[in-house]
Design a binder for this molecule. Structure first.
Ligand code: IPD
Ligand code: CA
Ligand code: CA
Length: 271
């Protein structure tokens, strides 16, 4: 069934909001680790699964035939050309510790669900702890609630507040920390907020000047990357590569041009 981008955006917002309420209610009731994944530090809670089930069900009801690619369940192929890329809780460790920086991220992309080739159409990222809802659509701009977001230009790298994240793999985390130790004298400061989706939205909202991370999965960045890009940020990897697992950098174009060669020099892509 063909849908307009506005309809997809509206659906993404509604579903992310509903899942956010569920996740928040479960947090109030108390959270326990349900299982570990790639490492003991890489956890899943019952609420992650419940949130993904809810989102998956709502999408299947509203858009039968669309594909689904979420963190906590098997992918479903698309028969419409559209696929929903979903992180049911981004920032699960924050969620476990009740640190109010986690999100539900719901994005819909056209083409194969591969960040190298997809075209993101619409996205919603909600932080259920404060009700902030970021959303964006291709060509339609980025919003925080009803406020249009535009990245500020003219920032010098030495005065940039830069967000990043670390791998669940302890060896890689150590290498990433070494790179950060060499970056931090060259920027204003570093933040490790703990949710890639919120980091990308923070670039859109001017709460971070830049963000970079190696190792992101499609659901970590699909929604936030569209929000950042629609706010005017460049979101990409090194040397014109698309954003993805190798590296995701987000910053307004002038700052991106200053940060990219520094990250290249620090060898972040090999870490
Ligand atoms: C993680 C968060 C974190 C980032 C990791 C992600 P999860 O997602 O976005 O900030 O540094 O790379 O895996 O596991 O909380 O969904
Ligand atoms: Ca995630
Ligand atoms: Ca997650």
């Amino acid at each position: 069934m063909p849908a307009s981008i506005d309809e997809l955006l509206s659906l993404a917002r509604t579903i992310a909001g509903e899942a956010g309420e569920l996740v928040h209610a479960r947090r109030e009731a108390g959270v326990q680790i349900a299982a570990t994944k790639t490492a003991p530090e890489d956890i899943v809670t019952a609420a992650d699964r419940e949130s993904e089930d809810l989102i998956r069900g709502r999408i299947a009801d509203a858009r039968p035939g669309d594909g689904f690619c979420g963190e906590e369940s098997d992918a479903t192929a698309s028969s419409t050309g559209l696929t929903w890329v979903v992180d049911p809780i981004d920032g699960t460790v924050n969620y476990l510790y009740d640190i109010p920086a986690y999100a539900v991220s719901v994005a819909v992309v056209e083409g194969d669900p591969d960040p190298a080739t997809w075209r993101a159409l619409a996205a919603a990222v909600v932080n259920p702890t404060n009700g902030e809802l970021y959303s964006a659509s291709a060509g339609g701009g980025a919003y925080l609630g009803g406020r249009r977001l535009r990245v500020a230009t003219g920032k010098q790298l030495s005065l940039a507040l830069v967000g990043t994240g670390f791998s669940y793999d302890s060896r890689r985390r150590g290498l990433q920390a070494e790179a950060v130790s060499r970056l931090i004298p060259r920027v204003r400061d570093i933040r490790r907020i703990g949710s890639a989706a919120l980091d990308l939205c923070a670039v859109a909202a001017g709460r971070l000047d830049a963000y970079y991370e190696k190792g992101l999965k499609p659901w970590d960045h699909a929604g936030g990357a569209l929000v950042a890009a629609e706010a005017g940020a460049t979101v990409a990897g090194l040397h014109g590569a698309p954003a993805g697992r190798a590296l995701t950098i987000a910053a307004e174009p002038g700052l991106f041009a200053q940060l990219e060669p520094v990250l290249d020099e620090l060898g972040v892509i090999d870490r």
